[in-house]
Design a protein around this ligand. Structure first.
Ligand code: GTP
Ligand code: K
Ligand code: MG
Length: 492
C-alpha cells in the first residue's frame, strides 16, 4: 500500500528526485544507441543475482566477458566462465542467456547473466560491463521504458508491472497480473475502435450524406454504438473507487463504546501491540492507524476512542476524532461487549451508528458495516445468548481467539466488495489517471449530437477517442511517462 505513503514520505525526505530518464537525451527511444546494464535482482547477499543488459552492444558485451566468439543459442541457458576483459581475471562461472531482439523483454538485444550473488562477484561483473565501450549503467525504470518505447508493453501494462513489483498482498498481486496481461488496455482499445468506426460513419455522412449511394441507417448505427459505449464507461467509472482502494488500501475503522475491546481487536488483527489495552474505559484517545494485510487485501486499520458523552475535554476531542474518522471509513467494524449489551452506551451505539449505516440500502451505501460482539468468553454457556432483536452479528473473543476465523472470512467477503475481487469481474481502474481519461471520454461523448451538428459531433468523437488512446499511452506526454516510470527501481 503504503507505496503511495512511502513514496510521498521518501520524496519529502529527499526532495524531488529524477530517477528514471533523461528526457533530453531521449535515452529510452528505440535506436538511441546506448546499451544499458543493471543488477535486476534485489540488492544484498543472495544465492543468485541477475544482471541484465539491453541495447545493440549486448551481444558484443557477452562475447567480450565470456571470451567466446560465438554467441550461445538464443533463449537457452549456457554455462560460461566470465572474466574481466581488462585483466583477464576470472570473475565467476555463470549461466548466461542471450535474447536477440525483437523477441526480448525490451524488444532490443538483451543478455542475462545469472551469477553467484556475493557482492564482490556482482560488483566485479558490473565493473567489467562498464568497461565495455557503448555500455552504461541503466537508470530507474529504463528497461521497462524501452519495452514501452518498442511497443512491448502499453502504458496500463507498464503500470501493472510497477504494481506487481510493489504488490504486498495477494489481492494486489492478482490485480497487477491482470493489468499486466493487458486487460484494461484491451478494453480501451475495443472502445477506441468503436469510436473510430462511429467517426468513420459520421465523416462519411458529412462527405456523402446527400448522395444516394450511402447505406441507410449509418448515422443511426453510430448513434446506438456511442450510447452503448456511454453506458459501459459509466459502469466502469462507478467502479473506479474500488480499484484505487485495492491499490492503496481500504479504510477499516474499529468503533464502539468504551472498553468493548476495540484496541484488543486492532492488536490481534495487526499481530502487534499497536494500541494500549487496559480495563480502564477511555484508554484510547487518538486515532491510531496501522497498515495490515487482512485476508489478502491491503487495509489501513484505525483504532479509535470509545464513543460516549459527558467526559472531560481530552476524551471529548478523542470522540470527535473518532466520529470524523468513522465518516471516512470504507468498512466499519462495530464492536460491542457481548456481556454488556443492555448498558446505555451499548444501546445508544446500536441505535445511532449501527442503525444509521444499516438503514442505507446496500446498493447506494458508500459504507459497509460488520457488527462484532466481543468477550463471548464471558457469556455463560447455558444462559440466554445475545439479545434476539440484534442485527446480524459475529461472536468473538479477543481473549481466547474464538470466532477469529469467522471474522476473517467475513472480512474477506466485505473487502472483496469494497476493493473489488481481482480474480473475477471486469478490470479495475487502479489509478486516478485511468479515471480521469474515462471521465474525459464520457464528457466528450455528451457533446455528441449528430442531429444538431455533424461537424461538432465528429469532433466530440475525436476528443473522446484521444482520451482512450492516452490511457494506454498513445501520444502520452513525457511528464506522464516520467511519473509512471518513477515507480520502478533500477534494473527494471
Ligand atoms: N474477557 C475478555 N476480556 C477482554 C476481551 N477483549 C478485551 N478484553 C478486556 O477488555 C478491556 C478493554 O479492552 P480494550 O481493548 O482496551 O478496549 P477498548 O474498546 O479499546 O477500550 P477504550 O480504548 O477505552 O475505548 C481490557 O481489560 C481487555 O483485556 C475478551 O474477548 N474477553
Ligand atoms: K480500555
Ligand atoms: Mg482502546
Amino acid at each position: 500500500m503504503w507505496r503511495g505513503l512511502w513514496t510521498l514520505a521518501a520524496q519529502a525526505a529527499r526532495g524531488p528526485r529524477r530517477l528514471c530518464t533523461r528526457r533530453s537525451s531521449g535515452a529510452a527511444g528505440p535506436g538511441s544507441g546506448a546499451t544499458i546494464f543493471a543488477l535486476s535482482s534485489g540488492q544484498g547477499r543472495c544465492g543468485i543475482a541477475v544482471i541484465r543488459t539491453s541495447g545493440p552492444s549486448s551481444g558484443h558485451a557477452l562475447r567480450i566477458l565470456t571470451a567466446v566468439r560465438d554467441l550461445p543459442p538464443a533463449r537457452h541457458a549456457s554455462l560460461r566462465l566470465l572474466s574481466d576483459p581488462r585483466s583477464g581475471e576470472p570473475l565467476d562461472r555463470a549461466l548466461v542467456l542471450w535474447f536477440p531482439g525483437p523477441r526480448s523483454f525490451t524488444g532490443e538485444d538483451c543478455v542475462e547473466f545469472h551469477v553467484h550473488g556475493g557482492p564482490a562477484v556482482v560488483s566485479g561483473v558490473l565493473q567489467a560491463l562498464g568497461s565495455v565501450p557503448g555500455l552504461r549503467p541503466a537508470e530507474a525504470g529504463e528497461f521497462t521504458r524501452r519495452a514501452f518505447a518498442n511497443g512491448k508493453l502499453n502504458l496500463t501494462e507498464v503500470e501493472g508491472l510497477a504494481d506487481l513489483i510493489h504488490a504486498e498482498t495477494e489481492a494486489q498481486r492478482r490485480q497487477a497480473l491482470r493489468q499486466l496481461d493487458g486487460e484494461l488496455g484491451h478494453l480501451c482499445r475495443g472502445w477506441a475502435e468503436t469510436l473510430t468506426k462511429a467517426l468513420a460513419h459520421v465523416e462519411a455522412y458529412i462527405d456523402f450524406g446527400e448522395d444516394d449511394n450511402l447505406e441507410e441507417g449509418v448515422l443511426e448505427q453510430a448513434d446506438i454504438e456511442v450510447r452503448a459505449l456511454e453506458v459501459a464507461l459509466g459502469a466502469h467509472l462507478r467502479d473506479a473507487r474500488r480499484g484505487q482502494r485495492l491499490r492503496s488500501g481500504a479504510h477499516v475503522v474499529v468503533t464502539g463504546p468504551p472498553n468493548a475491546g476495540k484496541s484488543s481487536l486492532v492488536n490481534l488483527l495487526s499481530r502487534k501491540p499497536v494500541s494500549i489495552v487496559s480495563p480502564e474505559p477511555g484508554t484510547t484517545r487518538d486515532v491510531l492507524e496501522t497498515p495490515v494485510d487482512l485476508a489478502g487485501f491491503p487495509v489501513l486499520l484505525s483504532d479509535t476512542a470509545g464513543l460516549r458523552e459527558g467526559v472531560g475535554p481530552v476524551e471529548q476531542e478523542g470522540v470527535r476524532r473518532a466520529r470524523e474518522r468513522l465518516e471516512q471509513a470504507d468498512l466499519i467494524l462495530a464492536m460491542l461487549d457481548a456481556s454488556d449489551l443492555a448498558s446505555p452506551s451499548s444501546c445508544n451505539f446500536l441505535a445511532t451508528v449501527v442503525a444509521s449505516v444499516g438503514a442505507q440500502s446496500p446498493s447506494d451505501s458508500s459504507q459497509r458495516l460488520l457488527l462484532v460482539l466481543n468477550k463471548s468468553d464471558l457469556l455463560s454457556p447455558e444462559g440466554p445468548g445475545p439479545r434476539p432483536d440484534l442485527p446480524p452479528h459475529l461472536l468473538l473473543s479477543c481473549l481466547t481467539g474464538e470466532g477469529l476465523d469467522g471474522l476473517l472470512e467475513a472480512l474477506r467477503k466485505e473487502l472483496a466488495a469494497v476493493c473489488g475481487d481481482p480474480s473475477t469481474g471486469s478490470p479495475l481502474l487502479t489509478r486516478a489517471r485511468h479515471q480521469h481519461h474515462l471521465q474525459g471520454c464520457l464528457d466528450a461523448l455528451s457533446h455528441y449530437k449528430p442531429s444538431k451538428d455533424l461537424a461538432l459531433a465528429a469532433e466530440a468523437l475525436r476528443v473522446a477517442r484521444g482520451h482512450l488512446t492516452r490511457l494506454t499511452g498513445g501520444g502520452g506526454t513525457e511528464e506522464i511517462l516520467d511519473i509512471i516510470f518513477r515507480d520502478f527501481c533500477v534494473g527494471k
